[in-house]
Design a protein around this ligand. Structure first.
Ligand code: HEM
Length: 459
């Protein structure tokens, strides 16, 4: 029997023959996923991912040697100490984002996605994206869109419960997903190989820009199986896009919505930025320590509307238990799906008041200094335990760069209709396990001619 406290912190449900454990409290989640990580680091088998050729992805690998090799490669390329070497890339991409917002502000969502895509392909392959309709990025975005449409959690659950459905021919009514799956497999193969071969060709020609693939290929262990290592490098690089694109894009989209709905927060952040950078330059990384309010916005953003409310973007990829366990007298079966409910954690009323309001001040002392000492990358939004997001340092850094740059350059205001009336915008998000704001219009008004000139000159 659960104690009344624990009952709220940890829920158990059995559905279609599957055990689910939902962790609503950070304390309990850490006690299980961090402190008992050997038991809680597996992933459930999700048949739809295999059908779509996505089983190469680190996110889906079972807890074992192949996954360990992936994590070693991620650690080599994306650990916190190596984050600083990518900062110039993030800043350059942020300037392009600002230029795009100056030129075509109504397409802000497209510009945000390009910004994120350009950062993740730079990280993984050192690849410089074309300004529009880049052929490599087109492959990946087609796959990401196909997966978003096709891989619903309900479909995965039904296929797990009734595996016979996988055997239906593609022409069978309702089995159209098999056609999508075949196309998904084709795109996944291209995604694994096309950018990877581009890096190898450049390495052979001696002009490969620094990247995860180039670094890892250069460090291949000659004594170990070459093909195994090469395939792992290919798979981890392809995972970077799949895992990083939508999560980071939705976070930035949510930021724009928050600034629109909370103009007083926007104004306060802009006053802080102006007081630190003056009018003669644009912000850069060295300013971060001096901008606690901007940091508090980032913390509030992931609390207020986490883009991965149930622990992982798209379909909620939970942890799975690789053995049975007992926690505080509560039995957790082997093979349970364990879901980190970060939505509930951000609404913990022992820690937060007015939980539906966007209030960065909740993370600051009355003198404006930060209350939270823990790094943002430790936030459970990035997962917990051994499966914690390896892209957390990189994404935190490039998301911060975009936020501070946008705030320095623009006022985000409500758009007006033909009669000059403000168009109302509501806090509305897409439903499902992966969330982003429902499309809304807004205006980006340049805050200073001087900064506008600097932006144009910097690209
Ligand atoms: C706002 C941005 C991001 C958020 C909120 C986010 C969040 C997450 C979460 C919640 C998980 C699951 C962790 C767990 O199971 O405990 C995860 C896994 C993962 N993320 Fe991220 N992520 C972001 C960006 C990125 C980026 C940019 C990359 C790549 C550079 C990345 C790479 C990965 C990978 C490879 C995994 C699988 C780890 C494993 O299963 O061992 N993520 N992420």
């Amino acid at each position: 029997m659960l104690s009344s406290n624990l009952a709220g912190d940890l829920l158990y449900v059995r559905l279609l023959g599957q055990d689910f454990v939902v962790l609503n409290s950070e304390k309990v989640a850490r006690a299980l996923l961090d402190q008992r990580s050997t038991l809680y680091s597996d992933r459930p088998v999700i048949p739809t991912h295999t059908l779509f050729g996505m089983d190469f992805s680190t996110v889906m690998l079972p807890y074992g040697d192949e996954w360990r090799l992936h994590r070693k490669l991620f650690h080599q390329a994306l650990r916190s100490e190596s984050e600083a070497r990518h900062r110039e890339v993030y800043l350059t991409r942020a300037r392009t984002l600002l230029t795009n917002l100056l030129d075509a502000p109504a397409d802000f969502e497209v510009h945000i996605k390009s910004f994120v895509a350009s950062n993740v392909v730079a990280l993984a392959y050192g690849y410089e994206m074309a300004a529009r309709d880049d052929p490599m990025v087109r492959i990946v975005i087609s796959l990401v869109n196909l997966l978003a449409k096709a891989l619903s959690p309900e479909r995965a659950a039904v296929l797990s419960a009734f595996p016979i459905l996988e055997k239906l021919p593609a022409w069978f009514p309702g089995a159209g997903f098999k056609r999508d799956a075949a196309y998904g497999k084709e795109l996944a193969t291209q995604m694994l190989n096309v950018p990877f071969n581009w890096v190898k060709d450049n390495m052979a020609a001696g002009n490969a820009p620094p990247s995860m693939v180039a670094d890892c290929l250069a460090q291949i262990d000659e004594k170990d199986d070459y093909d195994k290592q090469e395939y792992a490098i290919k798979a981890t690089a392809a995972t970077v896009f799949i895992a990083g694109f939508e999560t980071a894009s939705s976070t930035l989209h949510t930021f724009i919505l928050a600034m629109l709905l909370y103009p007083e927060v926007q104004a306060k952040a802009q006053a802080e930025i102006d007081s630190i950078i003056g009018s003669g330059r644009l912000p850069h990384f060295d300013d971060r320590q001096s901008l606690p309010y901007v940091d508090a916005i980032l913390r509030e953003l992931i609390r207020w509307n986490p883009v991965v409310p149930l622990g992982k973007y798209r379909n909620g990829i939970p942890h799975a238990t690789s053995g049975e366990d007992v926690y505080e007298g509560y039995y957790i079966p082997k093979g349970s799906m364990v879901i980190i409910n970060v939505w509930a954690m951000g609404r913990d009323e022992d820690r937060f008041t007015d939980v539906e309001e966007f209030k960065p001040e909740r993370f600051l002392n009355s003198d404006g200094t930060p209350i939270e000492r823990s790094a943002l990358s430790d936030n459970p939004i990035f997962g917990l335990g051994r499966r914690i997001c390896p892209g957390r340092f990189a994404s935190e850094a490039f998301i911060w760069t975009a936020i501070v740059s946008i705030l320095a350059a623009f006022c985000i205001t409500k758009a007006k209709d033909a009669e000059g009336k403000e168009i109302d915008v509501k806090r509305q998000f897409t439903t499902g396990v992966s969330v982003r704001p429902v499309d809304f219009p807004c205006w980006f008004i340049s805050r200073s001619n001087e900064r506008e000139k600097m932006i144009r000159e910097s690209v």
